[in-house]
Design a protein around this ligand. Structure first.
Ligand code: CMC
Length: 439
C-alpha cells in the first residue's frame, strides 16, 4: 500500500481499491472503477450544492474559513485593502502578479479608455420600465454587449480575450451608473477619463450641473477599498456560474450576465440589499431581541450573517467596519448602524448563532456604508457586481486555459419512474399534486 492513497473496501463485493490522494483530494472519476459487475456504471459521489466537492484547481484566491483568512494570489486582503487600489488588484487577479509602474499605467489607460458604451446600448437602457431594478438592467445590458463585439467569440485568442477583459472591467461601472440614472429619470452622465476608477463611477452616478465633478477623496477611497474586498472570493455561486457558463465556450459578456444573475439572489450578492431592508423592518434597537427570537424560530434568516466557508469572522467584514467609521466622518452616521451593532452584539452572544458559527459576513456592513454614501438600496447588488467582474474574468480565463476542464456537466441520481407506456388522454385520471396517472 502506498502513502497518499485511500483504500476503499466495497462491502457489496468484498473488493478493495486504492484511490490516489493528491492535494488532499480524491478524484471522483477514480470511484468509477468501483463496480459490482462489468455492466455497472461505477460509483459516483453525490454532493448537492457542492458542499465537499472541488470543481477546479485554482491559483487565484485562498480562503481559510476557520481562521478567517482571505488572500488574492497570496497577498493578504488586509494588506491589499490598506496599500493597493482596485485597478491594481484587478491586474493582480487576472495576471497573477502585482504590476510594475509601467504595467499599471498601461493597464489603467486601457481600462479608462474603454469606459464608453455604444449609444445603442444606451437606447436599450431606455427601454426598461421606469421602476426596473438596476441589477436587472445591468444583467440585461451586459449580456447585450456581446452582440456589439464580434471578436468576443474568439475566446482562445489571447489578444481578443484581453480586449474583452478591458471592456468588461471598464464598462460595468458605466452600465451600472446608467441603470441608476434611468431609474431616477436623470440624464446619463458620460465617463470622465481624468478620474480614478471609483471617482469616475461616483461622477457618473452623482454629477449634477457642475462642469467638472470632484469626488470626495474619503468616499472615493472608501469605494475603492470596498471594490478591493469584493473583487474575488474563489468558487462562490456567481463565480461557479461564470466558470460553468464559460465552459460551454460562450463569449465572456454572456457568461458575466449569467454570473451577475447568480449574484443577484438574496443568499448571495443580494444579501446587502436584504440587510438594509431587514434593518428598516426592525426599526429600532429595542426591537432587536424580538427579531432575533423570530429568526431562531425559523421565521427568516439574519441577513448578512453566516457563510458557507467562513466559520469565523469574515475578514472583509472587519475591514468594512473600519471603512464605515471613515465614511461616517464625512456623511454623518447612518442611523441604522446602531441597530446593526446591537444585532451583532446579541447574535454573537446567543447560542443559536455561536453553535452554528454564524458571524457577520461582508454584506452585513457594506450596505450601511453604501446608504450613507447616498446609493439607493437597489444599487447594492450592482455595487457588488462591478468589482467582482475582475474576479469572474480571472476565473474564466483560468478555466479556459486549464487542460483538465471540459464543459461543466454534473451527473444526477435518477429516482423517477422506470419505463412506462404512453397513456392516451382518455385513460388519464387527475390526482392531487400529480398531473395524470393510469388506474
Ligand atoms: N440566519 C439564521 N440562521 C442561519 C443563517 C442566518 N443568516 N445562516 C445559516 N443559518 C442556520 C441554518 O438555518 C442552519 O441551521 P440548522 O442546522 O438548524 O438547519 C445552519 O445555520 C447552517 O445553514 P446552511 O443554510 O446549511 O448554511 P449554508 O452554508 O448553506 O448557507 C448562507 C450559507 C450564506 C447562504 C447562509 O448563511 C445565509 O442564508 N445567510 C444569509 C444570507 C447572506 O448573508 N448571504 C451573504 C453571504 S456572503 C456574500 C456572498 O457570498 O455573496
Amino acid at each position: 500500500m502506498t502513502a497518499n492513497t485511500l483504500t476503499v473496501t466495497d462491502n457489496r463485493t468484498g473488493k478493495q481499491y486504492e484511490v490516489p490522494i493528491e492535494n488532499g483530494v480524491v478524484r471522483a472519476m477514480d470511484l468509477r472503477k468501483i463496480k459490482i459487475s462489468d455492466e455497472d456504471f461505477g460509483l459516483m459521489s453525490y454532493d448537492p450544492a457542492f458542499m465537499n466537492t472541488a470543481s477546479c484547481k485554482s491559483n487565484i484566491t485562498f480562503i481559510d474559513g476557520d481562521k478567517g483568512i482571505l488572500r488574492y494570489r497570496g497577498y493578504p486582503i488586509e494588506q491589499l485593502a490598506e496599500k493597493s487600489t482596485y485597478l491594481e488588484v484587478a491586474y493582480l487577479l487576472i495576471h497573477g502578479e502585482l504590476p510594475t509602474a509601467g504595467q499599471l499605467k498601461e493597464w489603467s489607460w486601457n481600462i479608462t479608455h474603454h469606459t464608453f458604451i455604444h449609444e445603442q446600448i444606451k437606447k436599450s437602457m431606455d427601454g426598461f420600465h421606469y421602476d426596473a431594478h438596476p441589477m436587472g438592467m445591468l444583467i440585461g445590458t451586459v449580456g447585450a454587449l456581446s452582440t456589439f463585439y464580434k471578436d468576443a467569440k474568439d475566446i482562445f485568442n489571447p489578444e481578443a480575450r484581453r480586449h474583452q477583459i478591458f471592456r468588461l472591467i471598464a464598462k460595468m461601472p458605466t452600465l451600472a451608473a446608467f441603470a441608476y440614472r434611468h431609474s431616477v429619470g436623470m440624464p446619463y452622465d458620460y465617463p470622465d477619463n481624468d478620474l480614478t476608477y471609483p471617482g469616475n463611477f461616483l461622477n457618473m452616478m452623482f454629477k449634477m450641473t457642475e462642469v467638472k465633478y470632484k469626488p470626495n477623496r474619503v468616499l472615493e477611497h472608501a469605494l475603492d477599498v470596498l471594490f478591493i474586498l469584493h473583487a474575488d472570493h474563489e468558487q462562490n455561486c456567481g463565480t461557479n456560474a461564470m466558470r460553468s457558463i464559460g465552459s460551454s465556450h460562450v463569449d465572456p459578456y454572456s457568461a458575466v450576465a449569467g454570473a451577475a444573475a447568480a449574484l443577484y439572489g438574496p443568499l448571495h450578492g443580494g444579501a446587502n440589499e436584504a440587510v438594509l431592508r431587514m434593518l428598516k423592518e426592525i426599526g429600532s434597537k429595542d426591537r432587536v431581541p424580538e427579531y432575533i427570537k423570530k429568526v431562531k424560530n425559523g421565521e427568516g434568516r439574519l441577513m448578512g450573517f453566516g457563510h458557507r466557508v467562513y466559520k469565523n469572522y469574515d475578514p472583509r467584514a472587519r475591514i468594512i467596519k473600519q471603512v464605515a467609521e471613515e465614511v461616517f466622518e464625512v456623511t454623518g452616521k447612518n442611523p441604522v448602524l446602531d441597530i446593526a451593532l446591537e444585532l451583532e452584539r446579541i447574535a454573537l452572544e446567543d447560542d443559536y448563532f455561536v453553535s452554528r458559527k454564524l458571524y457577520p459576513n461582508v454584506d452585513f456592513y457594506s450596505g450601511i456604508i453604501y446608504q450613507a454614501m447616498n446609493f439607493p438600496v437597489d444599487m447594492f447588488p450592482v455595487l457588488f457586481a462591478i468589482p467582482r467582474t475582475s474576479g469572474w474574468l480571472a476565473q474564466w480565463e483560468e478555466m479556459l486555459l486549464d487542460k483538465e476542464q471540459k464543459i461543466a456537466r454534473p451527473r444526477q441520481v435518477y429516482l423517477g419512474y422506470g419505463t412506462r407506456d404512453y397513456l392516451p388522454i382518455e385513460k388519464r385520471k387527475e390526482l392531487e399534486g400529480k398531473a395524470a396517472t393510469a388506474d
